[in-house]
Design a protein around this ligand. Structure first.
Ligand SMILES: Nc1ncnc2c1ncn2[C@@H]1O[C@H](COP(=O)(O)OP(=O)(O)OP(=O)(O)O)[C@@H](O)[C@H]1O
Ligand SMILES: [Mg+2]
Length: 268
């Protein structure tokens, strides 16, 4: 069957062009297919970039531990600790690769289980002290809520490690890093605070978007976008407060990010 398409050019002239209906249907469905494919590829690309971004942390730890293990004089206790750190980070690495494979098949599911956040954050704090607290950064913890939260612990850990990495980057001269756990009503609030330089005003309004980075030689701008995706995936929200030295007017610059997740079945 033949139809006609009507075009109006710049001068306002109307032209009728005969087109084959079948060809139109084929053309439209081809476009729709290409659009879906493009969207899938760009989503997979984004996911791949965020995972490769987060590979940096575990790989640096594995490298550091392997170097320490090469020293024949370390104690048996340290040997066991470094070996366990390598094994745990290799597992994280494998889990992230699995994420990417699942995502490319269109099947990302959060694995939400009840987690006792007191013990869980305690061991995360030890890991952070061992690996991220360099150059005069001191970690304080305030775990007022230690009960259960239903979450995908591996992904929430990735989110926290991204916030910690940013906090450490913001304190090149050292400073205080504080991780706090509170509960307000049915919401768990996990905050990461630093006494660093504050988020530059120029990027503040866009800082949660992908590829927004400022003041870092090797920043990709994917850290906070990844945190956002993980938090939103849990039905939660991400907030922050920040002051540069100028804004703080002598009372100290710094930044606090707060991850808010629904608790479900709290024990404490
Ligand atoms: N705690 C913080 N203190 C000061 N600035 C921050 C803080 N967190 C984020 N920023 C600012 O927000 C920008 C975006 O952070 P994001 O984690 O998304 O990317 P990045 O850290 O630049 O790069 P990457 O995460 O790939 O290393 C940073 O470049 C930095 O300017
Ligand atoms: Mg970052």
């Amino acid at each position: 069957m033949t139809l006609s398409r009507t075009y109006i050019d710049n001068s306002g002239q109307v032209t009728e062009v005969a087109v084959d209906q079948l060809a139109m249907v084929e053309e439209n469905s081809l476009h729709a297919e290409q659009l879906v494919q493009t969207e899938q590829f760009s989503a997979i690309g984004k996911m791949a970039a965020s995972i490769v971004h987060d590979f940096k942390g575990p790989l640096t730890v594995i490298r550091g531990c392997a170097e320490l293990l090469a020293n024949p004089e370390i104690t048996a206790e340290k040997r066991e600790r470094y070996t366990n750190m390598i094994l745990e980070d290799v597992d994280r690495f494998l889990a992230m690769s699995q994420d990417l494979l699942e995502y490319s098949r269109g099947a990302v599911n959060l694995d939400c289980q009840p987690v006792k956040v007191g013990a869980w954050l305690g061991s995360l704090a030890d890991y952070i002290r061992d690996t991220a607290c360099t150059g005069g950064v001191r970690l304080d913890t305030r775990f007022n809520f230690t009960g259960e939260v239903k979450m995908d612990e591996y992904r929430v850990r990735r989110a926290i490690m991204n916030l910690v990495a940013n906090a450490v980057d913001a304190m090149p001269e050292g400073g205080n890093l504080t991780i706090a756990s509170e509960v307000a009503g049915a919401t768990w609030q996990l905050s990461v605070s630093d006494t660093g330089c504050g988020i530059p005003i120029e990027v503040r309004s866009r800082v949660l978007e992908p590829f927004v980075t400022k003041g870092k030689a090797n920043g990709t701008g994917l850290g906070l976008a990844t945190v956002c995706e993980i938090v939103q995936g849990h039905g939660g929200r991400l907030d922050f407060e920040t002051w540069t030295a100028e804004e703080a007017n002598g009372s100290g610059s710094g930044t606090t990010f707060v991850i808010e997740l629904p608790v479900e079945r709290p024990l404490a």
